[in-house]
Write a protein that binds this ligand. Structure first.
Ligand SMILES: *[C@@H]1O[C@H](CO)[C@@H](O)[C@H](O)[C@H]1NC(C)=O
Ligand SMILES: *[C@@H]1O[C@H](CO)[C@@H](O)[C@H](O)[C@H]1NC(C)=O
Ligand SMILES: *[C@@H]1O[C@H](CO)[C@@H](O)[C@H](O)[C@H]1NC(C)=O
Ligand SMILES: *[C@@H]1O[C@H](CO)[C@@H](O)[C@H](O)[C@H]1NC(C)=O
Length: 273
């Protein structure tokens, strides 16, 4: 068990320097920290004390006395660890006669849960890069999966991904105690363009909106043309009518007049054609 952990830590150290910090105990925020006080069960008059970063955290006491933490069998438990609880803890235990029974120091690291990574797909000159983006990305290492299979260790950025709309990629971000995996993405430039928020207009897909607007524009143009034609037609009709009336009136009143007016002359010529 212990060797498994050591091997795992060594393995992680090899790939990420951040894991090589000398943490003896890794805890997820909210978990309980336990310190072993004695190998066998704690006697009633055994006394213990815990210092954190050389400051007394648990003043010397026996298992019956009040104090921070809960004694369970031969362990002292400190529940609900915070990020600020990370540090170097020194445990000292004495028997009833003041003889030192146990004494050790351990470095405790506390980690927050890893929030869900987002994969940024960037397309430039036909080259596709993926970035595994995690908010508050402290002490993280990254792994990628391609169609559900591991294929690359410890890379926040994947460069030159081959364009392909079938293969699904996910990235997993992990610290020593927690991990979280992104939604799957594909290596496609078109897909990312469609997701770009500037490609939406009034919150609708740009393509749909463009077509609606284009269709609306064409319809408006059609209406304008029709109205113009109709107006011209009406105007022409009105002008023709007026001209005919004019000539009719002139013809009827001709006996009273010697000469047609210059305007009527033109209309008369037009009508005679
Ligand atoms: C991953 O993170 C999201 C929030 O960012 C959270 O809701 C989800 O539960 C996390 N997944 C796991 C497996 O913890
Ligand atoms: C990923 O994209 C988001 C917005 O699209 C941006 O805020 C963030 O900085 C990007 N992350 C990286 C690592 O480029
Ligand atoms: C992520 O966490 C789950 C459960 O906590 C574990 O089974 C899995 O192996 C972890 N994945 C990685 C890549 O560390
Ligand atoms: C969205 O597209 C515009 C140009 O069309 C570009 O300037 C911008 O950086 C893009 N935004 C994202 C988040 O990719």
């Amino acid at each position: 068990m212990y060797t498994d952990v050591s091997v795992a830590v060594l393995f992680l150290c090899f790939f990420t320097l951040s894991y090589c910090s000398t943490c003896d105990i890794n805890k997820l925020e909210g978990e309980t920290m336990s310190f072993k006080l004695t190998d066998s069960s704690l006697k009633d008059n055994d006394r213990f004390t815990i210092k954190k970063d050389n400051q007394v955290l648990v003043p010397k006491r026996n298992r019956k006395q009040e104090g921070p933490g809960i004694v369970e069998n031969n362990f002292l438990k400190l529940p609900d660890v915070k990020l600020s609880d990370a540090g170097s803890y020194t445990v000292e235990v004495f028997d009833g006669r003041g003889q030192n029974l146990n004494s050790y120091t351990k470095t405790v690291c506390v980690y927050a849960k890893v929030s869900k990574p987002r994969v940024n797909v960037t397309c430039q000159d036909g080259k596709i890069d993926f970035i595994c983006d995690v908010e508050d990305s402290k002490d993280l290492s990254f792994t990628w999966e391609k169609n559900g299979e591991d294929f690359k260790m410890n890379a926040k950025v994947l460069i030159n991904v081959e364009a392909d709309t079938v293969t699904k990629y996910t990235c997993t971000a992990q610290n020593p105690v927690h991990n979280n995996t992104s939604d799957s993405v594909e290596a496609s430039c078109l897909k990312t363009k469609a997701k770009n928020s500037s490609d939406t207009l009034f919150g609708f897909d740009r393509w749909v909106m463009d077509n609606i607007l284009a269709a609306g524009g064409s319809f408006a143009l059609f209406v304008i043309v029709m109205v113009t034609v109709a107006c011209c037609f009406c105007k022409c009709r009105a002008r023709q009518m007026r001209a005919v009336c004019h000539v009719t009136i002139w013809k009827r009143t001709r006996p009273m007049r010697r000469k047609p007016t210059p305007k009527n002359k033109v209309i008369l010529q037009l009508l005679q054609k």
